[in-house]
Write a protein that binds this ligand. Structure first.
Ligand SMILES: [Zn+2]
Ligand SMILES: [Zn+2]
Length: 177
């Protein structure tokens, strides 16, 4: 049996601008050197809505992204404009199964007022997709502040990261080649 290469699929969770998904897919293709597919069907996030917090439960979204499970070798990352939470966190930019198959990224808190001529927003989304993809590949948080696997609390911290893994995290990219 020949080991098969991994591939990435992006899935809209709730209404997400198609242009953002295409842009993110293009940026990820530049890193993975693999075609990145964008799911046509929008995943309805309603079952994950917490009526008291008016946020969406990230762990529930992961279960929904896994049903049905992605084809073998496919990592599936949901992208949403909705605000995510976990009981232990007020909000989060993303969440993923460590060494699993699915993750989700929220763009809800990635837009900031001081956007300059450089369009930071789509770059931030791609960095967070790369971060959550890294978790599905078994990567934990990295100490290097420029590494995509470094945790971020503010959008400005995401801007300090490269859209890349540091050399000690980048070994996972071999799985796509
Ligand atoms: Zn993380
Ligand atoms: Zn790293």
């Amino acid at each position: 049996m020949t080991p098969s290469r991994l591939s990435l699929e992006l899935v809209p969770v709730g209404a997400v601008p198609p242009v953002l998904l295409r842009d993110t897919a293009r940026r990820m293709e530049g890193i993975l050197f693999r075609p990145v597919s964008v799911g046509e069907a929008i995943l309805d996030a309603a079952p994950a809505l917490d009526l008291v917090r008016r946020q969406y439960l990230a762990s529930r979204l992961l279960s929904m992204l896994e049903d049905p499970a992605p084809p073998p070798g496919v990592k599936r990352i949901g992208v949403t404009n909705l605000d995510l939470f976990l009981p232990v966190f007020t909000h989060l930019y993303g969440y993923a199964q460590l060494g699993g198959t699915v993750g989700v990224v929220s763009t809800f808190r990635l837009k900031t007022e001081e956007e300059t001529s450089v369009d930071l927003f789509p770059e931030r989304v791609a960095k967070e997709v790369l971060h959550e993809l890294g978790h599905t590949l078994g990567l934990v948080h990295c100490k290097a502040p420029w590494c995509a696997m470094h945790p971020s609390r503010w959008p400005e911290e995401i801007d300090l990261k490269d859209l890349a893994y540091c050399p000690s995290c980048a070994h996972v990219l071999a799985l796509f080649r």
